[in-house]
Design a protein around this ligand. Structure first.
Ligand code: LLP
Length: 463
C-alpha cells in the first residue's frame, strides 16, 4: 500500500486477500523472544512479567494504556552496540526514537553519544547531564535560536543540512568566537526500503546535500573556506527499518569516495564519517534483524576496504541507531474494552488507547504483534484486529493478529516492540491523555514520563 493512501479506506472494510496474514502461532501463549524485551517471561500463573513484575500489578499501579520499558534490556543493547563498534567508533543514540531524562542518564552511564534534532531534545539532553561534546545536533531546518543554543552549549558536532545552514552556523560560531565542529549530511543516492534498496541519481526528499552534480563537493568547499567551521567529516543516513546491509554498503562506498575527492582537491583527509541509523528490528516473528556485531563488521569491513583502495587513512566511524536500541525494549499494555465479532471477517478488539499512543500502524501500515498477557488460554485462535478508542476507522493498533477466542473485556493485552516512535510520536487526538513510560528493572518499576492529566490539557488551553 502506498504511503499516500488513506489508511481508513478500503483496508478497513475489505476482506483481506488470502495469505495476507500469517497463520496463528502454534502456541498463542508463547512469547517470541525476538519481539519481547529480554526480561519478559510468564510466571507460574501464566501472567506476563517484566523485570520480575507481573502485568496485573503494573496495570493496577500505573494504569493502562502504558508503556513499560525494560531498563536492563535498554542498557544491554547500548553496551552491545558500543562493544560491537569498539573504541575506534562512536555510537550516537537517535533521541527521536524516544527521549527522556532517565534515558539520557542511562546513555551517559553506558558510554553512548546522543543525536538530537530539536531544541526540545537538546534541552532534555543537557538538563539530564549529557556532556555537550557527546551531542550531535541534526535537522533540515534548525532555527537560528536552536543553532545559537547548540553553539553556546558547545555540542560536539552540528550536522549541516543545506547551503544556507553552512553560512548560518559559520556566522553564529564566529559571533561566539568559536570554531564549531560540523559534518555535512550528504544524500548518497540510495533509497533504502525494508527489504530492498533502489539506487537513484537524485533523491527526491528534503534531507541533506546531494552527491550528484558536485553539490556535496561544493558544500565541502564552502565549509572549508569559513573560519567559524571545523569540518570533521561527512554524514549519510539512508532510511529506517532496514534489514538489508546492501544499502549501507553502497552508502559507505560513496561517502569514502567523497573523502578521496576532498583529499585530492583540498589536500585534507577528513577524520570522520557517520553512517546514520535505520537498522531494523523485529515487530513480528517474520522479521529477522541483524545483530549489532554483524552490522559493525559489515560496515567497518567496507570502509576499511574502500579506504585501502583509495589510499586514505580509515576515518573514525559513527552510527546513529534509535529504533534498534529502544524499539525492542518496551511494550504497550492495554485493557480490552469491547469485542465485536464480524461474521466472516474478523473480530474487532477495542482497547483503551489507539492511534494516539501508536500512530505507526495508521501512518506506515506498520505490522505489530499482540498477546493476551494477564493469563494464558487454551482456547482456539481467533483472527482479530486490535483497534483504539478514537473517532476514526483508521485507528488500528494491530491490523491482523490472532488472540484466544475466549478473550474477554477486562483482559490485558500487550503489543511488543513499541519502544521507538510510539511515545515520541504520541498525540492528544480526541484529547487523549498521553500514556506514561514506566521503567522496570530487577523488581522495581518507576515512572520516567508521567501520564498526562486532564489538568495538563486545560493548562495548555488558556481560554
Ligand atoms: N539518524 C538520522 C539522521 C535520522 O534521521 C534517523 C531517523 C536516525 C538516525 C535513527 O533512525 P532509526 O535507527 O531509529 O531507524 N517515525 C519513523 C522513523 C523516522 C526516522 C527518522 N530519522 C518510524 O516510526 O518508523
Amino acid at each position: 500500500m502506498s504511503r499516500s493512501a488513506h489508511p481508513a479506506g478500503p483496508r478497513h472494510a475489505d476482506v483481506l486477500p488470502e495469505g495476507h496474514y500469517s497463520a496463528p502461532a502454534a502456541d498463542l501463549n508463547a512469547l517470541d523472544e525476538k519481539v519481547w524485551s529480554r526480561t519478559v517471561t510468564r510466571d507460574a500463573d501464566g501472567a506476563l512479567t517484566v523485570g520480575g513484575i507481573a502485568v496485573a500489578r503494573l496495570a493496577e499501579e500505573f494504569g493502562t494504556p502504558a508503556y513499560f520499558l525494560d531498563e536492563s534490556d535498554f542498557r544491554a543493547r547500548c553496551r552491545a552496540w558500543a562493544d560491537a563498534f569498539g573504541p575506534d567508533a562512536d555510537v550516537f543514540y537517535a533521541g527521536k526514537a524516544f527521549l527522556s531524562r532517565a534515558v539520557v542518564r542511562w546513555l551517559k552511564e553506558e558510554g553512548l553519544h546522543l543525536d538530537v534534532c530539536s531544541g526540545g531534545e537538546l534541552t532534555t539532553a543537557l538538563d539530564a547531564g549529557m556532556p555537550a561534546e557527546r551531542i550531535a545536533f541534526h535537522g533540515n531546518n534548525k532555527t537560528v535560536a536552536e543553532i545559537e543554543r547548540a553553539v553556546e552549549a558547545g555540542v560536539g558536532r552540528i550536522v549541516l543540512d543545506s547551503f544556507q545552514e553552512i553560512v548560518r552556523v559559520a556566522h553564529i560560531a564566529q559571533r561566539h568566537g568559536v570554531r564549531q565542529r560540523v559534518q555535512i549530511r550528504v544524500t548518497v543516492g540510495v533509497e533504502a526500503h525494508t527489504h530492498e534498496f533502489i539506487a537513484t541519481a537524485h533523491e527526491d526528499q528534503k534531507f541533506g546535500i546531494a552527491l550528484a552534480d558536485g553539490q556535496a563537493a561544493e558544500a565541502v568547499r564552502r565549509a572549508l573556506s569559513l573560519d567559524g567551521l571545523e569540518l570533521i567529516g561527512v554524514h549519510s543516513h539512508i532510511g529506517s527499518q532496514i534489514f538489508d546491509m546492501a544499502g549501507f554498503e553502497v552508502s559507505a562506498r560513496r561517502v569514502v569516495q567523497l573523502l578521496a575527492e576532498i583529499r585530492d582537491e583540498h589536500g585534507v583527509e577528513l577524520p570522520e564519517i557517520d553512517l546514520g541509523g535505520g537498522l531494523g528490528i523485529a515487530y513480528t516473528s517474520d522479521d529477522d534483524p541483524r545483530e549489532p556485531h554483524e552490522i559493525a563488521k559489515a560496515l567497518s569491513d567496507i570502509v576499511t576496504r574502500e579506504c585501502e583502495a583509495a589510499k586514505l587513512r580509515t576515518p573514525r566511524i559513527s552510527v546513529e541507531p534509535g529504533r534498534a536500541i529502544v524499539g525492542p525494549t518496551a511494550f504497550t499494555l492495554y485493557e480490552v474494552g469491547t469485542i465485536k465479532p464480524l461474521e466472516g471477517l474478523r473480530t474487532y478488539v477495542s482497547v483503551d488507547g489507539g492511534m494516539s499512543d501508536n500512530i505507526r500502524t495508521a501512518l506506515y501500515d506498520a505490522e505489530y504483534s499482540v498477546a493476551l498477557v494477564s493469563r494464558t488460554s487454551d482456547a482456539e485462535p481467533m483472527l482479530v484486529r486490535v483497534v483504539g478508542k478514537h473517532c476514526e476507522s483508521g485507528d488500528i493498533v494491530v491490523k491482523d493478529a490472532f488472540l484466544p477466542a475466549d478473550l474477554a473485556p477486562g483482559d490485558l493485552i500487550a503489543v511488543p516492540a513499541t519502544g521507538a516512535y510510539c511515545r515520541s510520536m504520541a498525540s492528544n487526538y480526541n484529547h487523549a491523555l498521553r500514556p506514561p513510560v514506566v521503567a522496570v528493572r530487577e523488581g522495581e518499576a518507576r515512572v520516567i514520563v508521567r501520564r498526562e492529566t486532564e489538568e495538563d490539557l486545560l493548562r495548555l488551553d488558556v481560554g
